[in-house]
Design a protein around this ligand. Structure first.
Ligand code: HEC
Ligand code: HEC
Length: 373
């Protein structure tokens, strides 16, 4: 008897949810599962604006002071981790940008909300406040405009109707105090979503790697002894013979990127044209990425073709192709690709130095972590 009762209750429940689902289908807002008290946030917001930065990163204080508020970045953090921003509530920004991976993805291509694969390898996110362009083809130069793109991208999050997005978030009670605190009232607009998310991204500063400890002043003022002998040897190669520092230029706040782009001869005839897709004559050119936390962000390059840093170094040492726009540092006097032929010990030292760019504090920092946990 008890069993029969239970079965009929279960049947009622199932029937109930089906009719709920069909009801919601009529609306443009997709059904979502509301979970109360889902957020794990501190009573007082974390300090996103007043962060302790070493002197060689102090230029970022200006960005933090001018562009970031603690409540704005808190809201941005929640948005970054919330799968409700995707069409079917499955995919958050953080699904492809994982904190423990330096906010990159471990897969060569990332899986979007509907199971589709991204065309490129997910970029790491480290010090976007220090960047002038975004995406592998440098197609965006405004962070606030950039953050809305993954939301509407038909592979990544598929939420291309921002009216529906505003409405959907408006039905989630936990957003009310967050918008109130960040903007003074509960109104949800796409502009506020973009503003809060860009505040959070601007606050994502990594400045505590062994490399940062070794070079407290501007580049060239080293702190001998804080790097191991092998790291130091790798550093000398990086800025010397191997010429990595010409492109991965730390002078802009030791960011290990510079604002420009280059063709590094990955392919003679690149399948992905990079900047060339939008600008004729620039085939094979890609944004010069940041190398901060690079040991965590494998696989490497715009298409994730290299699984390890050793493979990356092998590329620069002996495998550069004679591509049309090959950068001058990677050509010899005859215009042919350089063949550095680095000794094994040098390759090893370079990789060891790249690993000294890992910032454990950044990848364990609660203020950048998942607030739904
Ligand atoms: C399905 C996976 C996926 C999701 C979801 C996703 N991204 Fe990305 N992200 C990528 C890929 C792939 C790239 C590189 C795309 C390109 O260059 O064409 C990227 C690039 C970026 C970059 C550029 C970094 C740089 O150095 O140029 C930023 C910033 C970024 N994403 C932030 C976000 C934000 C914010 C969200 C959520 C609103 C988000 N992403 C959602 C996969 C994803
Ligand atoms: C001519 C400029 C240039 C030089 C010199 C250069 N790089 Fe790069 N590097 C780039 C560009 C551009 C990319 C992205 C290429 C792509 O994905 O198509 C890149 C990518 C990388 C990546 C992968 C980053 C990621 O997020 O996937 C690593 C690691 C790297 N370089 C290390 C080095 C090292 C080590 C050296 C020196 C041996 C070096 N680079 C020299 C421009 C350069």
């Amino acid at each position: 008897m008890k069993n029969i009762q239970l079965t009929s209750i279960a049947a009622l429940l199932i029937f109930g949810s089906i009719s709920l689902l069909t009801n919601c289908k009529k609306d443009t807002v997709l059904p979502y599962k509301y979970e109360a008290d889902v957020l794990n946030l501190p009573d007082q917001p974390f300090k996103y604006r007043d962060q302790q930065l070493p002197s060689h990163m102090s230029h970022l204080q200006v960005v933090l002071q001018n562009k970031v508020t603690d409540h704005g970045a808190t809201l941005g953090r929640v948005l970054f981790y919330d799968p409700k921003l995707s069409l079917n509530n499955k995919t958050a920004c953080a699904s492809c940008h994982l904190q423990e991976k330096g906010f990159a993805d471990a897969s060569r291509f990332s899986i979007g909300f509907d199971g589709g694969l991204t065309k490129r390898n997910a970029s790491s996110i480290t010090n976007p406040a220090d960047m002038r362009t975004f995406f592998w083809d440098a197609r965006e130069d405004n962070l606030k405009e950039m953050v809305l793109q993954p939301i509407k991208n038909h592979v990544e999050m598929g939420m291309d109707n921002f009216d529906a997005l505003e409405k959907k978030l408006g039905l989630l009670d936990y957003y009310k105090p967050l918008f109130q605190n960040a903007f003074g009232d509960e109104t949800i607009t796409r502009d506020r979503i973009a503003e809060a998310m860009s505040q959070f991204l601007n606050s994502m500063v990594s400045a505590n790697s062994p490399f940062d400890t070794a070079i407290p002043g501007s580049w060239g003022v080293q702190n001998p002894g804080s790097l191991t002998e092998e790291e130091q040897r790798g550093l000398n190669l990086f800025f010397g013979q191997a010429q990595c520092g010409v492109c991965h230029n730390p002078s802009a706040g030791q960011g290990f990127f510079n604002e420009t782009f280059a063709d590094i001869g990955l392919d003679k005839n690149p399948a992905d044209k990079g900047l060339g897709a939008n600008t004729p004559g620039m085939d094979g050119m890609f944004k010069i990425p940041s190398l901060r936390n690079i040991a965590l962000t494998a696989p490497y390059m715009h298409d994730g073709r290299f699984a390890t840093l050793e493979e990356v170094v092998d590329h620069y040492s002996e495998n550069i192709e004679a591509s049309a726009n090959l950068h001058w540092t990677l050509k010899d006097f005859n215009g042919q690709p350089v063949r550095m032929g680095l000794a094994e010990a040098d390759k090893k030292a370079l990789v060891t130095f790249l690993k000294a760019m890992t910032d454990q504090q950044y990848i364990n920092d609660q203020k950048f972590a998942d607030p739904f946990k």
